[in-house]
Write a protein that binds this ligand. Structure first.
Ligand code: BGC
Length: 880
């Protein structure tokens, strides 16, 4: 048999780690191999620096492929590492060494010499309107700052590395060339605590002698607008953006030259008249600063920068823990029609987060205004009322110099439609408009298609809502004046998210944002990053039930999917503090206190669920998961303590919420769903609860009545009570309220509300009506785990063993699912042909599956359950 192939090498969850925040980075790889029952019996890791091996693990007899800790000498600052792995298979045949992967050690705190630099602070509030007023705007959004310095390189460097970050957003250039392909860098963190820096290899951009290093700074999350509070719309972290960078030029003779941000830089403003996430960007190409980032100085109109220490203190500098935000898709915009005010409406066919690229040949001073919206109203006009205070308008003023290409740098919008106001007399056909979707570039890991077009559209809508909202942090929505990292939205969606994309690095970074927002009394926040978004308090808004509970739930999901022990260990004290916070406030084990904005089953339709019941059910879930996490961590007395809390909560729950009729006193779908899925009810009460849930669904005409918290449990619970038939019926439902209803009405992303738009009522309240919130997309986990049958197992996390119990349903007909797990690719493909079904299962080396033959189907050998080893298996099933 051919040797195994190690691939998809990762260090700290990243294919290229651009800086490490740990002395002990961890290495992982996936495996590929022909034939059956393949497995790794040993591995050898080689880590090199400058072609010298610095760590050779030797041949280690082990089947481990994930998160193997580095065991070599301490890594130095600014080191470039490459590493390979060789694996031995079950018969001790070695593989070829893997393709090397790069890992950069990054710059440790002691080696940062750069200073924060910015344009001089001009009162009031740092806003400056120059004499000709081209930069003025009614939101007082700042013009972008251009910064540059020239420097002489002592020769041709053998290696040049740029470390760079900003308070605000930056784009960097060396000798006129854009550095890297990140957008919205450095991403969002609590800038008063920490900021991530990026690292770029710029060896090929440096010339011996004269060079120019430049950066453009925008406001972004730092000083621009984000969130809905108009009393503190912007300037959340500071009043002006700032830059910090350090360029290391290494020469063959062993010397290093360092160019850094300091008082030698100059600044001025240029063609970006303002840029702001919510307002949009205005670019006046007549103000282009030709050669600003390539020509040698001195140039006119440039002023010295100010070197300063940001308030309230300089943030900690961390290497990026997550992939950068990148442009991930381009969608041509098709001209549709003229709006009543003469604007040309273009349609991308897909609701995205990003911006447009406009290509046009125009007269000098021609003005192009791009307004963005998710949807058209009944008159086919651009609907923007749901954007609240977000203006979402970009303006381009042409220089008239040939074909010009405009795309904004420091703003993004949530949109499918664009209304483009063209200069008088210009036809819409004279421009080329392209939508560009951006997201944190979390690798896509899941491809799935079914035999049902509605389900396929739903899967696409979920995928796009994830793509559109995974932007540095998991946001609620990309379009209106909000775009916060709401914690419950994320936790209900996390299992789904992990199928479509590798979210391991993304969570690693966001857990820290959440912890940065944890109050000294243990309260996790409602949103992260958080402070100081609230104008009235210096402390973050503490998390409501289901919201503040999110870190416990997501840490657990992360464990199941990636078997990352260290994350559990790292956050154990924070999770404990949260658990204690709930317990301290609720001595009778009913969660009435410390519930803060207690949102309950947010945005449910039909009868409302009792918020105290929902909160207490979630408390049980938290205590239950804490005991499981404690077991994983080998903390047996902690496990017993949390188990005891869970038992007390269960007892109080039954005493308080179960009536004499043995049913819940709060008779809603969500109350039953949480009680059943969290396993709150004793066996004697389960059947009655299950029957009542089904009755409630039937009484609602087979419709759901769940909100953000309930919806995630709906189809999984129906499956667990043996009602797959009803689960599929609800999945395929097209009448209101259902997933299909939004699809019937043209949704290309998941709506925030079941009734975002209905034929009788039109649009829901403009106060809150996004068409791109992923929370209801949490049904994705059931499609992957149940319909396709690819599910992680608590007893064997990280997909070492896969639980496979697909649901062969005639209404769906076929499913083809391919999930690239951290260990390798897992496939499940089934297709029904008359009374027969063919099911192909593919498992990577070292992985096995516990397979359950679907009810009403018969395996050729008659087994109901079988264990499959790695390789490809073709199963033929007959209807029984
Ligand atoms: C957000 C949510 C969030 C909620 C909390 C909304 O404004 O968009 O998705 O979870 O507030 O109630």
């Amino acid at each position: 048999m051919a040797p195994l192939i190690p691939f998809d090498l990762r260090c700290e969850h990243l294919s290229t780690a651009r800086g490490l925040n740990t002395p002990v980075p961890r290495f992982s790889w996936a495996l590929e191999g022909d034939g059956q029952d393949r497995r790794q019996s040993a591995y050898q890791l080689l880590v090199r620096n400058d072609r010298q091996t610095i760590w050779d693990s030797g041949k280690i007899v082990s089947d481990a492929t994930q998160l193997i800790p580095y065991g070599g000498p301490p890594l130095g600052s600014d080191q470039v590492l490459d590493w390979t792995v060789t694996v031995w298979d079950e018969s001790d045949t070695p593989s070829a060494a893997s393709e090397p992967a790069m890992t950069f050690a990054g710059l440790d705190a002691a080696n940062w010499q750069a200073e924060w630099i910015a344009r001089y602070f001009v009162l009031p509030a740092g806003r400056e309107a120059p004499a000709d007023n081209v930069y003025d705007n009614r939101w007082q959004a700042r013009p972008a700052d251009y910064l540059r310095r020239d420097f002489a390189a002592a020769g041709t460097p053998s290696r040049a590395t740029l470390y760079i970050t900003a308070l605000g957003l930056y784009e960097a250039y060396l000798n006129g060339q854009r550095i890297g392909d990140d957008v919205m860098a450095p991403g969002w963190t609590d800038y008063h605590t920490r900021v991530e820096y990026q690292m770029h290899d710029v060896t090929n951009l440096v010339r011996p002698g004269d060079n120019v290093l430049g950066a453009i700074l925008g406001e972004g999350w730092y000083s621009g607008r984000v969130g809905h509070n108009q009393r503190r719309a912007g300037n959340h972290y500071g009043g002006r953006p700032a830059l910090l960078c350090q360029l290391h030029l290494h020469y063959a003779n062993g010397t290093t030259q360092i160019v850094r941000s300091d008082e030698h830089w100059q600044t001025r403003q240029g063609p970006i008249c303002y840029s702001d996430f919510l307002m949009g960007e205005m670019y006046d190409a007549r103000l282009d600063l030709d050669g600003w980032n390539s020509a040698q100085g001195p140039l006119s109109g440039w002023q010295p920068v100010e070197v300063f220490v940001p308030d309230p203190c300089a943030p900690q500098l961390d290497a990026a823990r997550v992939q950068p935000v990148r442009e991930v898709a381009r969608l041509p915009a098709a001209y549709s029609h003229l709006s009543q005010n003469g604007g040309a409406i273009f349609d991308l066919g897909q609701n995205i987060a990003g911006y447009c690229e406009l290509s046009v040949s125009a007269e000098p001073s021609d003005r192009f205004v791009l307004r963005h919206g998710e949807i058209l109203d009944g008159d086919r006009e651009l609907y923007t009322a749901n954007l609240r205070h977000a203006v979402a308008t970009d303006i381009f003023i042409a220089s008239g110099d040939g074909t010009e290409i405009f795309k904004p740098r420091f703003t993004f919008h949530g949109f499918r439609f664009v209304e483009l106001t063209l200069p008088a007399g210009m036809s819409p056909q004279a421009v080329t408009l392209t939508g560009i979707a951006i997201q944190t570039d979390t690798p896509v890991t899941g491809e799935i298609a079914t035999g049902h077009p509605l389900v396929n559209q739903l899967l696409s809508n979920i995928f796009w809502s994830q793509r559109d909202n995974f932007l540095s942090v998991p946001t609620d929505c990309p379009q209106r004046d909000e775009r916060y990292g709401w914690t419950a939205d994320a936790q209900v969606f996390w299992r789904t998210a992990g199928y479509f994309m590798d979210v391991s690095a993304f969570l690693t970074k966001w857990m820290l944002d959440i912890e940065d927002g944890q109050s000294p009394d243990g309260a996790f926040p409602d949103v992260a990053p958080t402070k100081p978004l609230n104008p009235y308090r210096l402390t973050p808004q503490p998390g409501a039930p289901g919201w503040g509970d999110a870190p416990v739930i997501m840490a657990w999901e992360h464990w199941l999917r990636y078997a990352d022990h260290e994350l559990l260990e790292r956050y154990w004290p924070a999770l404990e503090a949260w658990s204690d916070h709930i317990l301290r406030a609720n001595p009778d084990f009913i969660r009435r206190n410390a519930v803060y904005n207690n949102y309950g089953d947010w945005l449910s339709v039909g009868p409302a669920s009792d918020r105290t019941l929902v909160a207490t059910a979630y408390w049980f879930r938290v205590a239950d998961l804490m005991s499981r996490i404690a077991v994983v961590l080998g903390r047996s007395s902690d496990a017993a303590r949390h188990r005891q809390v869970a038992a007390s909560v269960r007892e109080a729950f039954i005493g308080c919420f179960v009536g004499d009729n043995k049913l819940l006193t709060n008779d809603t779908q969500t109350s039953y769903l949480l009680s059943l899925d969290f396993d709150l009810l004793p066996p004697a009460l389960r059947q009655g609860a299950a029957d009542r849930l089904v009755e409630l669904i039937e009484a609602a005409g087979g419709h759901l009545q769940t909100g953000f918290l309930g919806v995630r449990h709906l189809l999984p619970v129906l499956t667990s009570i043996g009602r797959d038939d009803l689960a599929v019926a609800m999945l395929l439902k097209k009448t209101y309220p259902s997933w299909g209803f939004s699809i019937e009405h043209g949704a290309t992303t998941i709506w925030e509300r079941w009734d975002g738009w209905t034929p009788d009522k039109g649009f829901q309240s403009t106060n809150m009506n996004s068409f791109n919130h992923y929370a209801y997309g949490s049904v994705g986990e059931w499609i992957w785990s149940r319909l396709a049958g690819i599910e992680a197992m608590e007893t064997s996390p990280g997909f070492a063993t896969v639980h496979m119990a697909p649901l062969l349903d005639d209404r769906i007909g076929q499913v083809s699912a391919r999930y690239r797990s951290c260990r390798g690719t897992i496939e499940s493909k089934w297709q029904i042909e008359g009374d027969q079904a063919r099911w192909i299962v593919t498992l990577p080396p070292g992985c096995q599956a516990v397979v359950q033959i679907p009810a009403s189907w018969q395996h050729q050998r008659g087994e109901r359950q079988l264990t499959l080893g790695s390789g490809r298996h073709a199963l033929t099933l007959k209807r029984s």
